[in-house]
Design a protein around this ligand. Structure first.
Ligand code: B12
Length: 217
């Protein structure tokens, strides 16, 4: 079986909430030398994207979405240790990451955390549904170089903007670089609300972070 066939099996099994088959083909993918990041992006995340579209069309419902999300989280944990990188690379900087208040979508944020860790960043993962007041406290406590905020709902994107305003009021805005992300978020939005960076996926998040840190890849 080639890479594309295996990834297709993973996608269709995840869309059917068939955990055993997802596991079976993730193993096959690894045996066949498919990179973990490829499995995550082009297998699991691609299926979630399609499931999201079906959910919007009311072809599937929340319970199915929840099961597929849980299967994805379990596989992410399994693949985390297999991502290439970390110990060969010098520490590049510290990023404080969170999904904003009111938003429980944390798969994308956790994927960004995994890849950034594998690429040499120290990651402080504050979790999901994190109030901005808490984020300001965490910045003061940990003094990260970067703050990354994820929002997956149109209604929670405004929390990203609020964080930037609160960081200004708290006098810490100039101490950090702020990156925004999440499916409805765009570079235009990020620039409009005064963030420093944006990326549409986890691999690009590392490139963007490096740019903001002044690191030449
Ligand atoms: C899985 C999922 C869920 C799961 C989440 C489980 C979990 N632990 O995360 C569950 C079932 C719990 C869920 C709940 C809900 N969901 Co939902 N969900 C999704 C779905 C299908 C996939 C999201 C996902 O994980 N994608 C895979 C990851 C890898 O991609 P990603 O998150 O985009 O992240 C990548 C990039 O965006 C970027 N990135 C992400 N964050 C960051 C941060 C930084 C700093 C950077 C640089 C980059 C970055 O890099 C990531 C990796 O490549 C989306 C559909 C979609 N198209 O997004 C709907 C979707 C987001 N959900 C939606 C809705 C409506 C809901 C609910 C309100 C449903 C309900 N009626 O209750 C609730 C919300 C609850 C809440 N308060 O948050 C809508 C949102 C509509 C909107 N535009 O506002 C969507 C778009 C589905 C749809 N088409 O209708 N959901």
């Amino acid at each position: 079986m080639n890479r594309e066939d295996i990834l297709e099996k993973i996608r269709s099994a995840l869309m059917d909430q068939d955990e055993d088959t997802v596991n079976e083909y993730v193993e096959k993918a690894l045996e066949n030398g498919v990179e973990p990041i490829d499995i995550l992006n082009n297998g699991l995340a691609a299926a979630l994207q399609e499931l999201g579209d079906l959910f919007a069309e009311e072809e599937i419902f929340l319970p199915e979405l929840l099961v597929s999300a849980d299967i994805t989280i379990a596989i992410m944990k399994k693949l985390e240790g297999k991502l290439k990188g970390s110990d060969k690379i010098e520490k590049r900087g510290t990023i404080l990451l969170a999904t904003v208040e009111g938003d429980v979508h944390d798969i994308g944020k956790s994927l960004v955390a995994m890849i950034m860790k594998a690429c040499g960043y120290e990651v402080i993962d504050a979790g999901k549904d994190v109030p901005n007041t808490k984020m300001i406290e965490l910045v003061k406590e940990h003094k990260p170089d970067l703050v990354g905020l994820s929002a997956l709902l149109l209604t929670t994107m405004t929390s990203q903007q609020q964080f930037i305003e609160m960081a200004k009021e708290a006098g810490i805005r100039d101490d950090i670089k702020i990156m925004l992300g999440g499916a409805p978020v765009s570079r235009d939005w990020a620039m409009k609300v005064g963030a420093d960076g944006f990326s549409e996926d986890a691999s690009a998040a590392v490139i963007e972070a490096d740019k903001l840190m002044g690191i030449n890849a």
